[in-house]
Design a protein around this ligand. Structure first.
Ligand code: NAP
Length: 291
């Protein structure tokens, strides 16, 4: 039987609709809408699309969004001072710097320059530390998107073997941290380019999360029959179309559920950026953290 397709677009729409209530209470207390500022340096077309998608998601939860576009000639010092100004602006709750940055700008320095209180991407070392400690304030967006899709699709995670392919600071590593939290309770294997036998590891997964950025890396033969597959990868296929890391056409006959690319993790990631903006604003308004 063909796998259930996990519709990230529909899940994100529900999530944002539910977020409106929290957004409205925060707006009432602050006397203004929660406010996200996205900083785009240069003119990478893909980055423009990602930022536009986040703006659209913000609209759906009554969150204000502003785009700050800077030329690709912007220096690291200029960018840092722009971020410092946003950090102290009382009318700004969330700040995100769209990656990748132009060559010559040291990414880690920029990610550290965003105030942890407004760090809606959850890239600042303080927020990463809180996550590692098990008491996160803001959640890493793509990892939290994966978890939200699994939860809302009623995929059991307690005690489940979850195989994550990829160990980046943006996806694989923080996802592993989220999954091993006591409230989730998964047993996690993290694979990377030094993994000896990827197929063998993947086959142990009740849930497989592919986040390698390699089209077709995960084949149907690697999957345990009935596995749940979440494809984070976004790659350009030979014909220019967006494809994931999983051979979707074949995997759909082996998996019990699978997220597509596009229309899977991407929309939910945008929704999580908005959720973090609302939570950052909620803290500013003196609300307790949402559970
Ligand atoms: P990244 O920084 O390039 O990391 C890729 C990871 O995959 C690395 O840990 C790498 O291992 C591992 N890897 C690569 N090839 C592999 C192979 N053949 N076998 C095993 N492991 C392999 O990428 P990223 O930022 O994590 O992003 C991963 C993918 O997700 C990309 O396609 C990206 O565009 C996509 N993405 C999507 C969203 C979304 O919202 N949909 C958000 C973020 C990222 P090493 O560490 O050994 O190099």
């Amino acid at each position: 039987m063909a796998a259930r397709v996990l519709d990230g677009k529909a899940i994100a729409a529900d999530f944002l609709m539910a977020l409106k209530e929290r957004s409205a209470s925060v707006a009432e207390r602050l006397g203004r809408q929660p406010h996200l500022v996205a900083v785009l340096v240069g003119d990478d077309p893909a980055s423009r699309v990602y930022v536009r998608n986040k703006e659209r998601a913000a609209e759906k939860a009554d969150v204000r969004s502003t785009l700050l576009t800077l030329p690709s000639s912007t220096s690291e010092t200029d960018l840092v001072s722009r971020l410092q100004a946003l950090n102290v602006d009382p009318k700004v709750d969330g700040v995100l710097v769209q990656l990748p940055l132009p060559k010559g700008i040291h990414e880690p320095a920029i990610l550290r320059a965003v105030s942890p209180d407004k760090d809606v991407d959850c890239f600042h070392p303080l927020n990463v530390g809180l996550l590692a400690e098990g008491s996160p304030f803001l959640l890493p967006c793509t990892p939290a998107a994966v978890l939200e899709i699994l939860r809302r699709s009623n995929v059991p995670l307690e005690g489940a073997n979850v195989v994550v392919v990829g160990r980046s600071n943006i996806v694989g590593k923080p996802l592993a941290l989220l999954l091993i939290q006591k409230e989730v309770g998964a047993t996690v294997t993290v694979c990377h380019t030094q993994t000896r036998n990827l197929a063998e590891e993947v086959r142990r997964g009740d849930v497989v999360v592919a986040a390698a950025g390699r089209a077709g890396l995960i084949t149907a033969e690697m999957l345990k029959p009935g596995a749940v597959v979440i494809d984070v990868g976004t790659n350009r296929g030979a014909d220019g179309r967006l494809v994931g890391d999983v051979d979707f056409q074949a995997a759909v006959d082996v998996a019990s559920a699978i997220s597509p690319v596009p229309g899977g993790v991407g929309p939910m990631t945008c929704a999580l950026v908005v959720r973090n903006t609302v939570e950052a604003a909620a803290r500013r308004a003196g609300f307790k953290a949402a559970s």
